[in-house]
Write a protein that binds this ligand. Sequence first.
Ligand code: KIV
Ligand code: ZN
Length: 528
Amino acid sequence: MNGEAAVNDANRVHIFDTTLRDGEQSPGISLNTSEKVDIANQLARLGVDVIEAGFPITSPGDFEAVQRIAREVEGPVICGLARAQKGDIDVAWEAVRDSERPRIHTFISTSDIHIEYQMKNTREDVIQGARAAVSQARSLCEDVEFSPMDATRADVEFTAEVCAIAVEEGATVVNIPDTVGYTTPEEYTRYFEDLYRFAPSLKEVELSVHCHDDLGLAVANSYAGVLAGARQVECAVNGIGERAGNCSLEEIAMLIKVRGDVHGLQTGINTRELARTSRLVSRLTGYAVPPNKAVVGRNAFAHESGIHQDGVLKERSTFEIMDATEVGFDSNQIVLGKHSGRHALQDALEQLGFVVQGDALNRAFARFKEVADRKKQVTALDLEALVSDEMHREGDAYELASFEVSAGSNRESRASVTVSLPEGGSASATAGGDGPVDAIFQAARDATGVESELREYRVAAVTGGEDALGQVTVVLRRDGATASGQGVSTDILEASAQAYVRALSNLVAELRAREESERSPSGEAKGP
Ligand code: KIV
Ligand code: ZN
C-alpha cells in the first residue's frame, strides 16, 4: 500500500496491526520469535494491511523476529518502528528490507511536555530531527510512515508544521497518535480539521489514527479520526498495548462493517478469522479476554434473559446486531475421534490454518493421541490449543519431563518434579506446599533453581463438557521482568506444571533479553 493506492480507493480503511509492537509492550507479555511468526501469519490470514512487527533497535531478539516476519509472511506490508535517529532507522531497514512490501515507521514527539521533560531539547530540534529521519528513511525505503508522538497534547499548529515537513521529505503515511489516551472524539475530529487547515499537503498522503485506551475511548476516537479523513487505523488484537492498551482491532473492524450504512467505508478484514485470531493472541500472550468483551468475548453472543432468548429464537435481529458466524464463533465444527490418523490431523490443522509438517507434525500427533485417549472427541478449539501449546517451544528452554504429586485433606501436599535443562541433562526436586499446585511450583522452582514471584495463576476450560481440556496460565515476576507460560491438558495439575515451567523459561529468556538490550548501543530504547 502507498499514498497512491490510498487516494484511489477513498472508502477503504487500512488496518495497521501493532499487536507485535505496541501490544507486545504490555506488561508481562514476552513472545518468542516462533510465537510472533505464528501471530503474524494469522494476521495475514485475517487480512490486515500492515503488520508492525516490532521495534528492531530495542534488542537482538526483536530484530530477529521482525526480520523473520519480513522474510516469511506474505501479503501485508511489514513495518519496523524506529525513533527519529540514524541508528534506529538503519537497523529498522535491515530488519524489514527483505519483505516484499517493507515500511519504516519513524516517530518524534511534538508536545512541549515531551520536548521539555523527556527529550530535553527544543521545537527546532524536533523539526530538524523529523526532517532528517524521514529523508534518511525515504532514501532507504519507498514506504515511510511518520508519527508526531503525543500529538493530541501538542500545539496543533506546530504539529502540522512538523507533519508538512515529513510530507515534503516523502512520508507516505502520517499518523496522529493519542499517545496517552487523553483526547475525546470531538476534540480529535477538530484536531484533524485543524491539521488539514494548517498543512494542506496532508491531503496528498494517507492519514492514520493511533489511539490508546486510558479513558476507554480508543475505538471511539479512532472512529472519529476515520470520519475526519484518516484511512489507516492502528490497532491491536484484543486491544492489548501500553498501559490500558490500544484500539481493539476486532471492535473497530466490526464497527466499520456493521455500521457501513452510516459511513460507506470498508476494511479488508476477513471477519470470520476474528475469533480465532483473538484466541491465538490471548493464548500466546497470557492476556485473558474478558467474557463480556465486545465482538470476541465468550458472552458476546450469549443471551441470559428469558425475554432476549425468546426474541432471538423467534428472529435473531431482535437482540443481535451481528451474527456469531460473521466473527468466526462457529469454528468448532471440525471434530476428530481417537482413531483419526496423522493425515486426518494434518488435514484438520490445515483447515484451521496451521501448516504443520515433519517433526512438528510428529509432536502434534503424539500430543493429539495422548489427549484423544482421554477425551471422546477432539474439537477444533482443542486442536488450536494443543498445537499452539506444542509448537512454540524454543530450543533453549526448560521442559517438564515428569511430575508426581500426593495430596489429601488431612496431609501436606508433596510433589516431585523433573525438568530437562536447556544445557542438556535433567534436574529433579521434591517439595511440600499448600495444596498440590503449590507443591508442584515449589518443586519446579527447586529443580531449576530459578527464583520468582507468582503473580497470576488462571485455569480455564478450552471447551465445555466434563472431559474438557484445561488451559492454565501462570505469570511470574522477578527483578521488574514479567513473563507468562501456558499449559494445556485434560489434567489440570499437568497443565499447571507445564505452564509454570514454561513461564520460568520465558522469564529467564526475558531477563537475558534485557541484559542484551542494556549491553546493545541503543540500550535506552525500550519502546515509546
Ligand atoms: O503511542 C504512540 O504514540 C506510539 C507511537 C510510536 C506511534 O506508539
Ligand atoms: Zn502507542
